[in-house]
Design a protein around this ligand. Sequence first.
Ligand code: SF4
Length: 507
Amino acid sequence: MTGDATVSPPHPLEPEAAGLGCHAGADKMREASEAAGNAALLDAFAKDYPLGPHDKPQSMCPAFGSLRVGLRMRRVGTLLSGSACCVFGLSFVSHFYGARRSVGYVPFSSETLVTGKLFEDIRDAVHQMADPARYDAIVVTNLCVPTASGVPLRLLPDEIDGVRIIGIDVPGFGIPTHAEAKDVLAGAMLAYARAEIAAGPVARPAAEPTDRPTLTLLGEMFPADPVALGQLIAPLGLAAGPTVPCREWREHYAALDCAGVAAIHPFYTAAVREFEAAGRPILGSAPVGVEGTAAWLDAVSALIGAPSRAREAAHAALPGIRDALAAAPISGRITLSGYEGSELLVARLLIESGADVPYVGTACAKSPWSADDAAWLRDRGTVVKFRASLEDDCQALEGLSPDLAIGTTPVVQKAKELGIPALYFTNLISARPLMGQMGAGPLAQEGNAAMANRERMQAMKGFFEGVGAGDTAGVWEGKPNLQPEFRARHQKKLEKQRRAAKAAEMI
Ligand code: SF4
């Protein structure tokens, strides 16, 4: 614990980073961050969250993922350190999604950033906020500029009056998606909880303890899914344990005290590292559809060495799932893309429901815990694209002319322009149960209702025909005031800048 002593940052802070942001480009931010002594942090991010083919966030600010995880936890305070515009956007979105609590902010100027005063301001704010009557933990997050400037959150006290202090860097130039930012915070919290367990007895988790060994679930899911999953593993002598990211601090202890971890969402690299360090085995995929459930139950059985009669008893749930799928068929061609991490699971369920799914794009990276799902989908002719870019998703949409496009906001917008029915993955699909018998009906209901709208979509397309597109969209009194020469001049300027930068590299 560093206590109250004034601590100066070990590296001179990088003044140029103060004016940078998403618009500056990842390369510039990375350069500034390395110059400020954060090269090791960026290397660790590159290992945990491999980039490519696209290398920048194409959705909302990644820090929203970790912010939301912290805001959903009981007795956890949140402090952001970053540019005011970033913090405004993040707090706006968090309240839009019903945060119902304050987001703390430590503002900075070029001067406080360069002199290291920002770090002192953050430390003062943490001390002011650390009231054990209100908080179990406070999460301090460095956004892009403070990360690029090397503001050293690791030098904050570990705890103040029993309030745990967790400092994380979540820069958009190191964390590709908001999904993976959830892992940054979940991993940091598990690491802290693991150290507490190693140091001595910890508080008993609030939830009623079960007498059976548990399976910890990794990934935010629809509330009915852990219940369905718990019923499926009951014949194996297991119970569903806590879901990580947790909703309160003491759940971390119960999560670490498990027989195994089901990585339902496959991108939790940092969290998995903590479970592995605690000696817990990890299992990929999830119980979706008949084949998915059978394979997953067999994998769980193998993981815990369940006797064959327990395995057979667990398989007794399969006919019910088969009947539920048969009672809610989906027919039609569907393209699917998203950034939640559950895209491959949803695609499996759609295919088992009867849909033709030729393309699945996920903004998350390939990982060992999605390998079986990807292989299953590829065996059925589906193209699976990891780290899919918006361009990949739109190309699939245009090239495959599906009956339904499930995707992110810009993909849905593109589909609507083409007169194709579309559903938002995040709001409509990942907010539905996927597992057990309950997984079958809602997806089919939603998908079939959307596909039945095709004629309406075509009528709407006809209605809006002639209103222009892109920068000429809208109702114009005269002709759109196009200035192609301005655009050409700007392109030339950019080209010149690119050539100058290339020439500078050669010097
Ligand atoms: S913190 Fe988020 S919004 Fe701000 S510059 Fe970074 S990626 Fe962009």
